[in-house]
Design a protein around this ligand. Sequence first.
Ligand SMILES: N[C@@H](CCC(=O)N[C@@H](CS)C(=O)NCC(=O)O)C(=O)O
Length: 222
Amino acid sequence: MIRVHHLNNSRSQRILWMLEELDQPYKIEHYERDSKTMLAPSSLKNVHPLGKAPVITDGALTIAESGAIIDYLAHTYGKNLLPEPGTQAWIDYTYWLHYAEGSLMPPLVMRLVFEKVKTSPMPFFVKPVARGIANKTIEIFIGPQIDTHMDFVETHLAKHTWFLGEELSAADFQMSFPLEAAVARGLVNDKQHPNIVAYVKRIHQRPAYKRALGRGGEYDFA
Ligand SMILES: N[C@@H](CCC(=O)N[C@@H](CS)C(=O)NCC(=O)O)C(=O)O
């Protein structure tokens, strides 16, 4: 039986969605973020040394990293979600699988960290300085990078219903999380990025997605 080590409000939601689409039985081990630090509990380190979600186990195998998990699940249980090797679609699948965590998530995480700096407890005389640095970093460096990524993804989704074309593929599970986060944090809107907003809505309407939400519990991005 597949076990998903699932952290509330996290990337592991995309794995639950995938397993529901695959109609594959699985068990969830639930972990709760610390309400102050938002970090995962240290018990997650018993499963994988980094203590991050998602991690899955399948028999004797332990697999970490969303992209590696999605690729493993697709090759093992859902070949219909994968394109033919050697085709352009296969290159595209590999691209989106790496792009989501390798290129798109870093500026989103950086923004989150700098937003946190603004509200973190600190001596009152440091606060305006810290807030000023955070605001400027977001305005000059991080914000424009996020805009470039969102424009890029928007242009792609203007021509494709799903990331590889007209059919849902394994690439969509991987791309779902950063785009859900971007919508939830108000980084995209109906006017400038209507196709990203519509894509996320399309995901949320799927019965398998709703089942995954029901099983996973708290998730602020849906
Ligand atoms: N690139 C990794 C990122 C894993 C990651 O950072 N997961 C977050 C959840 S969204 C986490 O576990 N955060 C809690 C912590 O760092 O303590 C993946 O896609 O699996």
